[in-house]
Design a protein around this ligand. Structure first.
Ligand code: SF4
Length: 386
């Protein structure tokens, strides 16, 4: 940085003001939004287990009077949340936690849970346990030096994924400190940042020059990948497009990680449009995640077979570059790519291990007896491979 460069603490923090306004907005939403009394009651009831939270500008994208509006379904607590089935930790994150706030599931990757805060609360969130006032699970980093020492001692780790919550709600100073600490570990060459802020709070990237300077400053030291979480083309506003362009200008690589969700984006038209528009904005297709059996969020699930048919139809409409995304089921034992069905008459589901948890030794290809209503694979896994 030059002497004229503003330090993180000196920068204009319009995005922070927006975030604070969103929290106020969420508190008033139960009375101010055009909702039925039942919806208002659910917002109030959600306060303890997973509070309603929507960024203020993002709220303008939603038709609050239309129960079918995809972003409304993404953010508004629903009656289905009363269901108590499912799990709070669907992919064995506790098993992979090696020191507080650090998960080491795959050999090369360390995941740092740097915050439990987000700019908005997606009702299907697989980490909703972190934000629940009645569970109060503390899974974020307690002592950065302990986490850094662990990574230092594991030369097989070549990349760190900053996750949460949403790491980009952290102050720029905190992010700068994280980058500085990680830069001292010689075997790291890549930092990935998982974030929904290009959709939820694009001003995070366009009103804080110090953040851009931090990202630019470390381009020579790290490959920096911003894993962008989008759910629907309605989120691709001019402000979101500007945020993505800004991140590219400072040298970040952008990838798309899309959670497949019934009621939000599980149609061929929506997914086609979403992947294509993101690609044109320089956000490269990476993963489409099959919906997890998250407690209080089972209504977002769909059968694996229905998901495969959807993906096949989307791929038929996309060129080779756009259709590169993998359809992934994130299981306790690793990431399984859902590939397809055995040829007709279809009797088995074909999956392939994309990544296996450390210490797992499953055969690469997995065949599973076909059940058209099956929404998830059993856990622990597998009781008996075919
Ligand atoms: S932004 Fe990500 S971490 Fe935050 S609530 Fe949504 S899915 Fe969960």
């Amino acid at each position: 940085m030059t002497s004229s460069t503003p330090t993180p603490s000196q920068t204009h923090l319009a995005w922070r003001e927006e975030l604070t306004a969103s929290l106020r907005f969420a508190q008033m939403a139960a009375t101010d939004l055009p909702l039925d009394p039942e919806d208002r009651d659910r917002i109030t009831a959600a306060q303890t287990h997973f509070p309603f939270l929507v960024p203020m500008d993002y709220a303008q994208l939603i038709d609050w009077q239309d129960p079918q509006d995809p972003l409304r379904q993404l953010l508004l607590p629903s009656a289905y949340e009363d269901e108590d089935q499912g799990a709070l930790d669907t992919s064995g994150e506790a098993l992979s936690t090696v020191v507080p706030g650090l998960q080491h599931k795959y050999d090369q990757t360390a995941v740092l849970i740097v915050t439990q805060a987000c700019a908005g609360h997606c009702r299907y969130c697989f980490r909703r346990r972190l934000m629940s006032k009645d569970v109060m699970v503390k899974e974020t980093i307690e002592d950065l030096q302990v986490a850094i020492a662990y990574i230092h001692a594991h030369p097989e780790i070549d990349n760190v994924l900053l996750s949460g919550g949403d790491p980009m709600v952290c102050s720029t100073q905190r992010l700068a400190n994280l980058f500085a600490a990680l830069a001292n570990i010689p075997h790291l060459w890549q930092i990935r940042i998982s974030t929904k802020l290009p959709a939820f709070l694009p001003s995070r990237f366009t009103t804080d020059p110090a953040l851009l300077q931090v990202l630019a400053q470390y381009q020579d030291r790290f490959q920096i990948i911003v894993q962008c979480h989008f759910d629907h083309p309605h989120e691709l506003t001019p402000a979101a497009e500007q945020a993505l362009a800004t991140l590219r200008e400072v040298g970040c690589i952008l990838t798309a990680q899309i959670p497949l969700m019934q009621g939000v984006n599980a149609t061929v038209d929506v997914l086609e449009q979403l992947f294509k528009r993101l690609h044109r904005l320089g956000v490269l297709p990476q993963y489409l995640f099959h919906p997890r059996p998250v407690k209080h969020a089972l209504h977002f699930q769909l059968p694996i077979v229905a998901g495969l048919q959807l993906v096949e139809a989307v791929r038929q409409r996309c060129n080779g570059s756009v259709k590169r995304f993998r359809y992934i089921l994130t299981h306790t034992d690793g990431k399984l790519e859902l590939v397809g069905l055995t040829p007709s008459p279809a009797s088995q589901l074909i999956a392939r291990w994309h990544q296996q948890r450390r210490g797992s030794h499953h055969p690469e290809i997995l065949l599973w007896p076909l059940d058209t209503q099956m929404v998830w694979l059993p856990d622990p896994f597998p009781p008996k491979p075919c």
